[in-house]
Design a protein around this ligand. Structure first.
Ligand code: FES
Length: 107
């Protein structure tokens, strides 16, 4: 199973994805410069990604604490916190982009 990740320079990468892993962990473990400062506690907002609009409706709804973090970190309509997205077979082929606010180089 895979996700397709667009990096800060607009290049798309196909990443192996394991069921049960947070999308943030998949991105980080493949060596991409995502900040993810709090390690997945939904407390920093620096794991923000923009999900392909075609995939957005297939994700579970964000909880209130995720919405709060997105509000504080310039989230847009397709923004999610990648630490709150648990990868499942249903998400095989998910497309997303690392948000500028979550890129180490841009911070
Ligand atoms: S890693 Fe901090 S909110 Fe996701």
């Amino acid at each position: 199973m895979h996700i397709y990740l667009t990096d800060g320079e607009g290049r798309e990468h196909r990443l192996d994805a394991l069921e049960g892993w947070r999308v943030m962990e998949i991105v980080r473990d493949h060596g991409f410069p995502i900040i993810a400062e709090c390690g997945g506690a939904c407390a920093c907002g620096t794991c923000q990604v923009e999900v392909d609009p075609e995939w957005a409706s297939r994700l579970h709804e964000p909880r209130d604490d995720e919405l709060d973090m997105l509000d504080q970190n310039y989230g847009g309509p397709w923004s999610r916190l990648s630490c709150q997205l648990i990868f499942t077979a249903k998400l095989d082929g998910l497309r997303l982009r690392i948000a500028d606010v979550a890129l180490k180089d841009a911070a």
